[in-house]
Design a protein around this ligand. Sequence first.
Ligand SMILES: C[S@@+](CC[C@H](N)C(=O)[O-])C[C@H]1O[C@@H](n2cnc3c(N)ncnc32)[C@H](O)[C@@H]1O
Length: 298
Amino acid sequence: MSQFSATDFDAKAYFNHRPTYPDSFYDLIDRFHQGPRKLAVDVGCGPGVATFQLSARLNSFDKIIGTDVSSTMVKRARSWINDDPDKFTRVSFEVSPAESFEFLPTDQINKKSLDLITAVECVHWFDFDKFQRAAASNLRKGGTFAMWGYSDAFFPEYPKIDSLIINLTYDENNGLGKYWDQPGHSILRNMYKDLHLDTNLFTDIEEAFFMEDEIRSKEHVKSEPVPFFMSKFVTLSQYQEFIKTWSGYHTWRQLHPNAEKDITDEFVDRILEIYPELSRSSRVQVCWRSFYKFARAL
Ligand SMILES: C[S@@+](CC[C@H](N)C(=O)[O-])C[C@H]1O[C@@H](n2cnc3c(N)ncnc32)[C@H](O)[C@@H]1O
């Protein structure tokens, strides 16, 4: 996916402003996984958001390799290791498309040598059929295939922001609608319901989707009521920086270098009009629709 590979893509800002995944979610993976825990590969790893979490939370794995087609992302991911090599002894990164495992030693490629493959908030950019075939050729029998991600955001305490963020994301005329690569972005919006795991390659398929209605219906939104509850408290300025990590925004920025006003400033100004009690430094809770698919290789 080209925007994440652009040399001017700010992979450090991506790492700082994208949400991480809740600890409780890694417990789900831990419970699902069966058998040896020697080698895990996190494809489409970006600057290592989930890769480092996997190494901290699933510390029973001997080695975790993060891979990404973008050398900009991999350079950023490696920089965290270079900054603190003693902390991340089990983690390394390789530039590689997700549909190939050629970075493995020759005697391991397509030899069912991996115990776990994860793909986080990235599968919508892949050639999915090629990817699942490659994953099945490299996972040992019973090895875990785990994909997860998040889609549209909502704001439990300030619900009028919800439609503003939907307009900003999808509106073809006044938003970022026409600046996303397709069909990837629509696949993400539909939370991978259009991507089907091949039952000739995988078994024990588990999938779950968490929508705002379900999350809102719980009385205590802040107490992680659903198994995969993605939420963060951010200032409006921090949320604006998060939007700037979107590939669609990156394309908009390239095409509007002389825009009088940044599209994300317009978005925040609109929030402040609707909720005058807020300022750019006000902290708000943002939640995301989330989903996962787990399976075991045959
Ligand atoms: C939205 S980021 C997700 C990064 C990280 N996994 C996370 O959870 O934040 C999507 C990543 O997928 C990578 N990507 C897109 N197409 C790819 C492909 N065919 N093979 C490997 N990586 C790919 C992009 O370079 C980008 O770093």
